[in-house]
Design a protein around this ligand. Structure first.
Ligand SMILES: NC(=O)c1ccc[n+]([C@@H]2O[C@H](COP(=O)([O-])OP(=O)(O)OC[C@H]3O[C@@H](n4cnc5c(N)ncnc54)[C@H](O)[C@@H]3O)[C@@H](O)[C@H]2O)c1
Ligand SMILES: [Zn+2]
Length: 538
């Protein structure tokens, strides 16, 4: 490790002190807790400093202390939540150390800080609203940290281990390229760490110039929008950043309409380009708008969720939902480039990461036994969002998706194998009213159902189902749904892919090999569904 400090920043409740102590112990470095030192020196609690002398006096003391700490023997410094939001502190910390910002959603933060009454910025009514407002103000500053890391659903020890590995890794950032060969619609998927800052150059290399629109959501935009914009500006582009609300509801014709207007306002024309910065929601929406604005303009996918990196950004399916169903309006419209920056996955909530891994498991089952075995060995580094392992997982997944898309771009037949686990998965999403289960979680359950059905129909041995269940469990994915068999069944018959009352199923013969059939054995199906719902209690 270099002789620089490790500076931890982030909101109150993000775990800076608990993580900082552990990290320092693991690395054999001194630990400096800025807030505690400040209280000791002032002989007062921070809350009393705020109340007595006011925030600006407190910030002045804090600035002085941080300056002093940065001049000390290199160690781990946990700073107060507002310290990095101060421009002067921020500049010094970024030069004097490697800055890691610990993130968590507002609900998690509140649970963690609730027991302590001495948080001056949380005094008064509506702490949730105030915390949310504070986070919004600070996020652009936090986004300048060298590393962003989500801490919800991770213990301080897990985070400390994860940071140890991250900070000690000397490996040059792993890069992979997967070519999607589709004649004159061919493109590359670039996978690696740090691609966001290279985006401008990479996009210019495609021959694009001038005005570009970045479409993102209001979670991803504040974290990564500025970095992408800066990279584009440096490469001579004129970027405009447009945010939609985070969440599936934004995949709508209404939002599409708003984007067309925003493109016109920004002066985008047929020679411009649309960049989708975000998860599958942003990717599908922005891709759809790119496909239709002025009869189609260039678009580049910059996926920031694992699901988007391994699945939705590749293959050209774009679209929006209608009130009556998902993905009912859309097109096949290939991007010109996909930039999958795996460093973005560290700020992704772990639950989303696990859900994305379900799709990686799917690729293993449908096409690559070696990938499946490799996943079994890499569970811990994958969940710790280690870049090299994630890049390998994304690379392997995209290669399989490429091979399927290349022979069946418009989903006439073979592409159906990508729907392994999705027949029941979609039904679970629908039956639970969308939202209770993430897509990947529902797919995990659906894959178990498909494996069970395969066993029942004599296609494979029961050991396969057990092996799959074990891997999904270790990845922290659900293996039982709290739903009724009848509800899942009912949703299955509403599926748009049902033909003559029969659902089509992708079944497995072995890990790495599948077959597509239509199922009319309702009895077997019912028995299968019973194995993936919670047994009745009482
Ligand atoms: N086109 C296709 O082939 C295809 C394939 C699969 C799924 N999809 C679609 O993808 C959508 C789901 O995509 P998703 O799972 O990526 O959901 P999403 O886009 O809603 O992202 C999940 C959440 O993570 C947040 N987020 C994204 N990146 C982040 C980051 N780096 N750090 C912190 N937070 C981050 C988002 O703001 C959002 O709240 C669905 O609409 C589905 O239909 C499309
Ligand atoms: Zn899926």
């Amino acid at each position: 490790m270099s002789g620089r400090h490790i500076v931890l920043t982030g909101m109150m409740g993000s775990g800076k002190t608990a993580v900082g102590e552990r990290l320092a112990r693991r690395l054999g470095l001194p630990f400096y807790d800025a807030d505690a030192l400040l209280e000791a020196e002032a002989g007062k609690r921070i809350a009393d400093l705020f109340a007595g002398e006011g925030e600006s006096h407190f910030r002045a003391l804090e600035r002085r202390l941080i300056g002093r700490l940065l001049a000390e023997r290199p160690g781990v410094i946990a700073t107060g939540g507002g310290a990095f939001a101060d421009a002067e502190n921020r500049a010094r910390m970024k030069i004097g150390g490697v800055v890691v910002c610990l993130l968590a959603d507002v609900e998690t933060l509140l649970v963690r800080v609730a027991p302590s009454a001495h948080r001056p910025l949380l005094q008064g009514p509506d702490p949730v609203g105030r915390l949310r407002a504070l986070l919004k103000v600070r996020l652009p500053a936090y986004a300048e940290a060298h590393h962003l890391l989500d801490t919800s659903d991770r213990t301080p020890d897990e985070i400390a281990d994860l940071l140890c590995r991250l900070l000690q890794s000397r490996e040059p950032s792993a890069r992979r390229t997967v070519r999607i060969a589709l004649g004159d619609r061919s493109y590359d998927v670039l996978i690696g760490s740090g691609l966001l800052v290279e985006a401008g150059e990479r996009i210019r290399a495609l021959g694009l110039t001038g005005r570009v629109a970045i479409v993102t959501d209001d979670t991803v935009g504040p974290l990564y929008g500025a970095r992408l914009e800066e990279s584009l500006r440096k490469a001579g582009f004129e970027p405009t950043c447009i945010e939609v609300p985070a969440g599936e509801a934004s995949k709508s014709l209404g939002e599409a309409g708003r984007l067309y207007e925003a493109f016109l306002d920004a002066g985008l024309d047929r020679h411009g380009a649309v960049l989708a910065l975000g998860g599958g929601v942003v990717g599908d929406l922005a891709g759809f708008v790119a496909a239709t604005f002025m009869r189609g303009i260039a678009h580049v996918q910059v996926p920031t969720t694992l699901l988007a990196q391994v699945d939705s950004s590749v293959g050209g399916k774009v679209g929006v939902n209608l009130p009556r169903g998902k993905n009912l309006v859309g097109a096949f419209y290939q991007p010109r480039l996909v930039l999958a920056d795996v460093a973005c996955l560290r700020s992704l909530p772990v639950r989303q990461l696990r859900a994305g891994l379900a799709e990686v498991v799917k690729y293993g089952v449908i096409a690559d036994g070696a990938l499946f075995s490799w996943l079994e060995e890499q569970v811990e580094p994958l969940l710790a969002a280690e870049e090299r392992v994630l890049a390998d997982a994304v690379g392997a997944s995209c290669r399989i998706k490429a091979s399927v898309v290349e022979v069946d771009e418009r989903e006439a037949g073979p592409r159906a194998i990508l729907n392994f686990g999705h027949t029941v998965g979609h039904a679970i999403e629908a039956a639970s009213g969308y939202g209770r289960y993430l897509h990947g979680e529902a797919v995990a359950l659906g894959m178990l159902a498909a494996a069970d059905l395969s066993v029942r129909l004599g296609l494979c041995a029961p050991a396969l189902r057990e092996r799959l269940a074990r891997l999904l469990e270790r990845l922290g994915l659900p293996t039982r749904a709290s739903l009724q068999v009848e509800d899942i069944e009912k949703s299955m018959y509403y599926d748009k892919k049902v033909k003559d009352g029969m659902n089509y199923f992708v079944l497995t013969k072995d890990i790495g090999s599948v077959t597509v059939t239509r199922i009319f054995d309702r009895e077997a199906l019912r028995e299968t569904l019973a194995t993936i719902v919670s047994p009745p209690t009482g």
